[in-house]
Design a protein around this ligand. Sequence first.
Ligand SMILES: *[C@@H]1O[C@H](CO)[C@@H](O)[C@H](O)[C@H]1NC(C)=O
Ligand SMILES: *[C@@H]1O[C@H](CO)[C@@H](O)[C@H](O)[C@H]1NC(C)=O
Ligand SMILES: *[C@@H]1O[C@H](CO)[C@@H](O)[C@H](O)[C@H]1NC(C)=O
Ligand SMILES: *[C@@H]1O[C@H](CO)[C@@H](O)[C@H](O)[C@H]1NC(C)=O
Length: 441
Amino acid sequence: MRGVYVPLLCMCVSLVLRCAISQVPEEIDTYMECTDGYQWDFQTEHCRDINECETIPEACKGEMKCFNHYGGYLCLPRSASVIPASAPETPNPPEGHLPDEVTEPYNSCPLGYESHRGRCVDIDECEQDQHDCQPSQQCLNSQGGFACQCPEGYRKVGTECIDIDECRYRYCQHRCVNVPGSFSCQCEPGFQLAGNNRSCIDVNECDMGAPCQQRCTNTYGTFVCRCDQGYELGPDGFACRDIDECSFSSFLCQFQCVNEPGRFSCMCPAGYQLQRTRLCQDVNECETGTHNCTEGQTCVNTNGGYRCVNNSRCKDPYVQVSNRCVCPVNKPACRDLPLSIVHRYMSMTSDRSVPSDIFQIQTTSIYPGAHNAFRIRSGDDSSDFYIRQINNISAMLVLAQSVTGPKEYVLDLEMVSINPIMNYQTSSVLRLSIYVGPYTF
Ligand SMILES: *[C@@H]1O[C@H](CO)[C@@H](O)[C@H](O)[C@H]1NC(C)=O
Ligand SMILES: *[C@@H]1O[C@H](CO)[C@@H](O)[C@H](O)[C@H]1NC(C)=O
Ligand SMILES: *[C@@H]1O[C@H](CO)[C@@H](O)[C@H](O)[C@H]1NC(C)=O
Ligand SMILES: *[C@@H]1O[C@H](CO)[C@@H](O)[C@H](O)[C@H]1NC(C)=O
């Protein structure tokens, strides 16, 4: 704005000069005409200076002040002062004309400068409080002028300082908050402001006490809790709950599943030992020596236990001969009894699928031409079994009914040997004790 004044001033000055040159009236007495800027005064009969400042409406525009001058006028800034240059040596100075309104001394220096000991020096408008900066603005002096500077974060619009909305310039990676004169960046949850105060970096919540009960995994912007094997994440996402593996399947363990924190284990009943984590294997007490059978007894292992059987178990009229009980033929009581009885023991699991071959009987001695027949001579619940003859010398005991233990059978399996040539018939018995264990294993 300041620059506008200078050409205006020059224009007026040149006007003055022109006026000054052409102001000398010729033959005043003769002609009642005056040059520009003068008018004829009939009273004094002289050309008289026109006060353009009063006669021309708005002789000077804007902030300029009008100064009347001989034959013309000046438009100068209000702060300017005009010292009447030694009145031009007019041969005929207009009478009664005194520059009474022009009392300020005239500054011959350009605007923004002042005369100081014959030189033009810059006016420090800031220092001399001749500026129009607003309180919030900083006045900066410069050669011939001054500037009003807005504080940082503001920009000048006209004479005002307007806050710069830095957020429009994408200074922040996540969120930007504009405040007067400045801005600040904010980060989404799970992130924190980086050292440059603009970028957001992931927060490792796991290192900062994330509330995971067991395992914490940091992810971009958040974290996830995880659980050790055997645990599952609770509904809150933090706590871990023990998984009851036993509830998943009844086949996890052969006998019994025991849930434990984070795991499960299988248990076996007494007389069994755990094998390959889930199976139960019968302990052979007779081999491990954990039985308490006495000298005269024989240990018989069963599914889940053992039995002690007397070595001498022949009952009258039978007598012990080697490992069998024999009925002496000379005893009358032996006439209708089997010739010999052999004791055998076997163990069996519960709930076998039926029919099931369980025991094979085979004769050791055979007379040429003899015909052998096998049958179940007696026994408790013997209807649970039947005999399938394989050939003359062997037969198979077949379980016909599914049996659930614990249960014991004593079956007399009789082999009748018939020799038609010799018209001779004899029978021997295999006394089979069957111990059915309480379990299917
Ligand atoms: C970030 O902001 C803090 C606090 O406002 C300040 O101390 C630090 O100097 C700033 N860093 C940068 C790089 O601007
Ligand atoms: C053998 O031990 C069992 C328990 O394991 C017991 O019930 C039984 O009476 C004992 N028998 C003898 C002869 O000591
Ligand atoms: C075994 O022998 C003893 C005597 O030695 C007897 O008391 C017991 O009844 C016998 N047991 C059987 C099953 O025969
Ligand atoms: C089995 O008995 C038949 C007669 O019933 C006989 O012909 C056959 O030779 C006998 N077989 C043996 C191996 O003894």
